[in-house]
Design a protein. Structure first.
Length: 244
C-alpha cells in the first residue's frame, strides 16, 4: 500500500498534455516542501523518463526496486524496464500485475504525495487502479476544445461511479501570451475546462497557458524558473494541496 496522499492524473484522450502536467505538478509540490513520487502508469505510452530526461535505470535491494530519484522526486516507469523505445505488447491481465508491481515491490517509503500518471481513457489500467488503490483522488485534464472536454467527461464519470473523488478539472493549453505581453490568444478555443467541470459537478482548478519550450534545455517540457507557466503550476499545486 502507498503510504501518503494519492492523486491520479487522468484524461479522456491523449495529446492534452497529461503527462507533462503530472510531472510539473509533482515538481511544483516538491517546491512547496512536499515529499513526492510520480508513478508512470501509462504502460503503453510511458513518457515520464523522457520528460524528466532520465537515462538510467533503478537499482534493486533484496528483491525490491529502489525508485529513481531526480530533482528531489522519486520516479518509477515502465520506461525503465524496456530496452530503448521498445513497444509494450501486452494484453489486459498483465497491466494489473504491473500496477501491483509498481505499488508493492518498490521501496517508496512514506511520502506526502504519490502522483499517478494514468493512461488516457477508461480501460484496464483505470479499472485496476480503482480497485487496487481505493484511496486515490483524481484530477481530470482537458484542453479548452469542446471535443476534448466531451471525451474527458467519460474518465471523470468513471472515477465517480467507482466511488473515487474527483477534486477538479485542469484546463491545459488554455491560451498563449507572447513574451512581455498581457494579450491572450485562445488557440484551441474557450470554455472546455469550465464546461467539463460543470458536467462533473467539480471545481475548475486551473487554466495553464501554452509556453514555447526551451529546446536548449535538457528537459524542454519543464518550464523555466519564474516563468508564467511555472507560477501557474505552483498556484495549482497550492490549490490541490488544500484539497487533501
Amino acid at each position: 500500500m502507498l503510504k501518503g496522499n494519492v492523486l491520479a492524473v487522468t484524461s479522456g484522450k491523449g495529446g492534452v498534455g497529461k503527462s507533462s502536467l503530472a510531472v510539473n505538478l509533482a515538481l511544483a509540490l516538491k517546491k512547496l516542501g512536499k515529499s513526492v513520487a510520480i508513478i508512470d502508469l501509462d504502460i503503453y505510452g510511458f513518457s515520464v523518463p523522457k520528460i524528466l530526461n532520465i537515462d538510467y535505470k533503478p537499482k534493486t535491494f533484496n528483491g525490491k526496486i529502489i525508485p529513481v530519484e531526480t530533482q528531489g522526486i522519486k520516479v518509477m516507469s515502465m520506461g525503465f524496464l524496456v530496452n530503448g523505445n521498445d513497444p509494450i505488447v501486452w494484453r489486459g491481465p498483465m497491466l494489473g500485475k504491473m500496477i501491483e508491481h509498481f505499488t508493492k515491490d518498490v521501496l517508496w517509503g512514506e511520502l506526502d504525495y504519490f502522483i499517478l500518471d494514468m493512461p488516457p481513457g477508461t480501460g484496464d489500467v483505470a479499472l485496476d487502479m480503482h480497485l487496487m488503490i481505493p484511496e486515490s483522488k483524481e484530477i481530470v485534464v482537458t484542453t479548452p476544445h469542446k471535443a476534448a472536454a466531451f471525451v474527458a467527461e467519460r474518465a471523470g464519470t468513471m472515477a465517480i461511479k467507482s466511488n473515487h473523488e474527483v477534486i477538479g478539472v485542469v484546463e491545459n493549453m488554455s491560451y498563449f501570451s507572447p513574451p512581455d505581453s498581457d494579450e491572450k490568444y485562445f488557440i484551441f478555443g474557450k470554455g472546455g475546462g469550465q464546461e467539463l467541470a460543470s458536467q462533473l459537478g467539480v471545481e475548475l482548478l486551473g487554466q495553464l497557458p501554452i509556453q514555447e519550450p526551451d529546446e536548449s534545455s535538457e528537459a524542454p517540457a519543464i518550464p523555466t524558473e519564474h516563468s508564467p507557466l511555472e507560477e501557474e503550476y505552483l498556484k495549482l499545486a497550492r490549490t490541490i494541496d488544500g484539497k487533501f
